[in-house]
Design a protein around this ligand. Structure first.
Ligand SMILES: *[C@@H]1O[C@H](CO)[C@@H](O)[C@H](O)[C@H]1NC(C)=O
Ligand SMILES: *[C@@H]1O[C@H](CO)[C@@H](O)[C@H](O)[C@H]1NC(C)=O
Ligand SMILES: *[C@@H]1O[C@H](CO)[C@@H](O)[C@H](O)[C@H]1NC(C)=O
Ligand SMILES: *[C@@H]1O[C@H](CO)[C@@H](O)[C@H](O)[C@H]1NC(C)=O
Ligand SMILES: *[C@@H]1O[C@H](CO)[C@@H](O)[C@H](O)[C@H]1NC(C)=O
Ligand SMILES: *[C@@H]1O[C@H](CO)[C@@H](O)[C@H](O)[C@H]1NC(C)=O
Length: 706
């Protein structure tokens, strides 16, 4: 008996990764740079707010962004007659199973308001904060001994350089609890004219703003007003059309902020000391909601990050011998964890480019929320998962109910390319994509599995109930009873995960059918857990869904697709058939998956798919499919595929189709590696690692994936 409990203690010790060891692993990947990157900053931030720095620790030479979840702007509405209000926009009707349904697609007769709705609101770069040298034309090349290190264990960015013979040392920190940065500058040069500038840009209507967001030369389109508050603080009010927000700056010792007199918005700060500490807060409100101090920010940052790294789940691959792939994978994991906490742990789904720059006008995409949000639950950061779940769905519920009603469906139809208003931007793909619909059911189930039990589980059930019901009601109502085949069809018109098919003929795509079944299974179980009756319609649709489409013993993109595997048009974009066994668990009801077909499909994808034209999360989806098929070697190969790239600071490279960074890649890597570490239901403790890694990998804090 004693021997047995001793054994248990020993085996759990062997699993644990000590705080010291975690620290060693994390800090071994601290990012070091000696010059600014042309494409990515180094960031400090808190998930809802982030500051992107160049090699000076500020935004001196490269105007990387300061972005938030709340900073948005609208251009004025069009003045075209009949298109002057968002209520004028009608969308377009399309025949859908014998009736006309209105979709939020661009209406060619209403181009101006359609475009306005897509481009507005857009996310703002709040400001630019950099060194002012007191003279013109200083370039990065004029600085010597440039060096910087981002310490992920504390959230501190330390930068140093020599300017005009004087060493300059800079520390940049972000507050975990408010939209504040703390900056410490130490240099004799501060007494000889080195100062800081605070400048403010004006946005544009471009779809992508990368690597920089906004324009500093459109000075007459917006205004700033400086207000001295005390001898050690000032506020700058920035007004752009109907948007106003505030930058609150406080400093230690003697210092002064001067407003520009040349019609620009470049305010300058100077100090007569050799060391100055600044605390800079951005806020939509003139009053500070969470006043803090420089030392308040630095101590909160230290403790927040240490808690993040020690309480969350952990993978330690540092003892895997003689395989450089282990170090590569470890680096991707650690940097992805840092960057997703800074960019993606927000109250809403983040943008694909997080808080680094703008893609799709700064909006977010509800089909991508699964990738972005799931890692927080899978890596044991439930509090970060709960920042948006389920509150985001509750907030969007009224507009989703209205959308479904307008189209003649029951329940809630979730939008796609969105913003905090819950509106879905006009777009063909935006209106016809459907795989975002079951996501809340996936989240609900994941949170249920992560809840420790008892009261917490009852809270989880209650918290999601309304969203689960409305989601399942729509899904059941959207599926269409085809009397001639005697099954429920999905589409047409619709776009599947791979957005490259003709929506007018796309019917019964493999992934969406599997996901509908999964979602309705969850919804039925939710009702059973609540002890409430299950709507008959949910069960009828779930059990009557069309069978998954097959071609030559493989799963096909959709039913009736022409040239599957023989035409290159069928083998590019997302290989979502790998998602039915990668992202989704095997079906809990109905016809089981055909494992031979899954194997054959995976082999065909490996042989034929145009992966260099893929979005990066395809690799993680393929890796998870490989894991369930018992091939962890292949999973590691996919996660280190030459097309699936991350830069020196861990930013996921956009690839051939989108700018850098593209954070679904980072998030999907974390979901796949959590599955390697924690296994999955039915994996029976079978490791998800290459055979000779197994003995050397140490993991802690994971639970099995579904
Ligand atoms: C932009 O305009 C839309 C539509 O009128 C509105 O819902 C939203 O609140 C506005 N956002 C901002 C930041 O002004
Ligand atoms: C689909 O049908 C609509 C009319 O319902 C048409 O406007 C559109 O061009 C068609 N799309 C394609 C890709 O054929
Ligand atoms: C800065 O560079 C610009 C463009 O090369 C030049 O016109 C200007 O005279 C320079 N200013 C100073 C102060 O050297
Ligand atoms: C204004 O700045 C943008 C970059 O933000 C640049 O592309 C453009 O050329 C500038 N325009 C003028 C007139 O300097
Ligand atoms: C019923 O399903 C068959 C097979 O998928 C399809 O060809 C047919 O068009 C469907 N019927 C209707 C009315 O959509
Ligand atoms: C398919 O191959 C043809 C001929 O090589 C090429 O022109 C076309 O761009 C390819 N299409 C795709 C989607 O890769």
């Amino acid at each position: 008996m004693r021997a047995l409990s001793l054994l248990l203690v020993l085996s759990s010790l062997a699993e644990a990764v000590s705080v010291g060891q975690r620290r060693k692993v994390v800090q071994s990947f601290n990012v070091r740079r000696t010059k600014s990157s042309d494409t990515t900053p180094l960031q400090v931030g808190n998930g809802n707010f982030a500051f992107g720095a160049d090699v000076t620790g500020l935004q001196t030479f490269k105007p990387y962004a300061i972005m938030s979840t709340w900073g948005w702007h609208n251009f004025s509405l069009p003045t075209t007659p009949g298109q002057t209000s968002i209520d004028d926009y009608t969308g377009l009707q399309m025949w859908t199973h014998g009736r006309l349904v209105t979709y939020e697609v661009p209406n060619p007769a209403q181009n101006d308001i359609s475009n306005w709705l897509r481009e507005n609101p857009h996310r703002l770069n709040l400001a630019s904060v950099g060194f002012d040298f007191g003279r013109q034309n200083v370039t990065e090349d004029d600085l010597q001994n440039k060096a910087q290190e981002l310490d992920m264990w504390t959230g501190r960015l330390s930068s140093s350089f020599v300017y005009d013979g004087s060493p300059v040392k800079v520390e940049t920190w972000a507050d975990p609890d408010s939209d504040t940065i703390a900056v410490n500058v130490n240099s004799k040069a501060l007494r000889q004219g080195l100062g800081l500038f605070f400048d403010f840009p004006y946005p544009d209507n471009q779809k992508f703003n990368a690597p920089f967001v906004g324009h500093f030369n459109l000075t007459s389109k917006h205004s700033t007003a400086l207000e001295q508050l005390t001898s050690n603080s000032a506020g700058i009010q920035h007004t752009l059309d109907a948007t106003t927000y505030y930058t609150h700056i406080s400093w230690t010792g003697h210092g002064k902020i001067t407003a520009p007199t040349d019609g620009t918005h470049r305010h300058t700060f100077t100090s007569s000391q050799t060391n100055v500490q600044l605390t800079i807060t951005f806020s939509p409100s003139p009053n500070l909601q969470h006043p803090t101090t420089h030392s308040g920010v630095t101590s909160s940052s230290r403790s927040w990050w240490q808690t993040f790294w020690t309480r969350g789940a952990f993978i330690d691959l540092s003892s895997v011998p003689e395989d450089p792939r282990a170090r590569d994978l470890q680096q991707r994991i650690i940097l992805s964890k840092y960057l997703t906490a800074v960019n993606s742990a927000s109250y809403y789904t983040p943008q694909e480019s997080g808080l680094v720059n703008n893609g799709w006008n700064g909006k977010f995409h509800l089909e991508m929320t699964l990738w972005h949000t799931l890692p927080f639950a899978r890596w044991n950061h439930l509090a970060l998962f709960r920042r948006s779940q389920p509150s985001m769905y509750h907030q969007f519920l009224p507009s989703a109910l209205a959308r479904a009603k307008m189209q003649g469906y029951a329940g809630a139809r979730w939008g796609k390319m969105s913003d905090p208003s819950g509106r879905s931007a006009p777009g063909d793909i935006n209106a016809l994509l459907i795989w975002q619909q079951p996501h809340p059911l996936y989240f609900a189930e994941v949170e249920w599995r992560a809840s420790p039990g008892g009261d917490d589980m009852r809270t989880t059930l209650a918290r999601w109930e309304e969203v689960v019901d409305a989601t399942a009601d729509f899904m059941a109502s959207y599926a269409w009873w085809n009397a001639s085949t005697g099954v429920y069809d999905l589409g047409p018109p619709m776009y599947p995960v791979s957005e490259n098919t003709n929506p007018n003929v796309t019917r019964n795509p493999a992934f969406e059918l599997a996901y509908w079944r999964f979602g309705l299974d969850v919804a039925v179980r939710w009702r059973e857990r609540l002890g409430k009756p299950v709507p008959a319609e949910w069960v009828k649709v779930r059990d009557g869904l069309a069978p998954l489409p097959m071609v030559d013993g493989t799963y096909a993109v959709y039913e009736g697709i022409e040239g599957m595997w023989t035409s290159n048009a069928t083998t590019n974009d997302h290989p979502a058939m790998a998602g039915i066994y990668g992202l989704l668990p095997p079906p809990a009801s109905g016809t089981p998956l055909d494992v031979d077909a899954l194997r054959k499909t995976a082999a065909k994808i490996k042989e034929l798919w145009a992966l260099d034209f893929s979005y990066g999360w395809d690799f993680a989806m393929l890796a998870m499919n490989s894991l369930r098929l018992g091939d962890p070697e292949q999973a590691v190969e996919y996660l280190l595929h030459p097309i699936f790239q991350f830069d020196d600071a861990g930013y996921p490279v956009g690839g051939s189709r989108v700018p850098t960074p593209y954070f679904p890649n980072s998030a999907s890597l974390l979901i796949a590696t959590a599955m390697m570490a924690g296994g999955w239901d039915g994996s029976d403790g079978k490791a998800g690692w290459p055979k000779f890694w197994e003995k050397h990998v140490r993991v802690e804090g994971f639970s099995p994936a579904m």
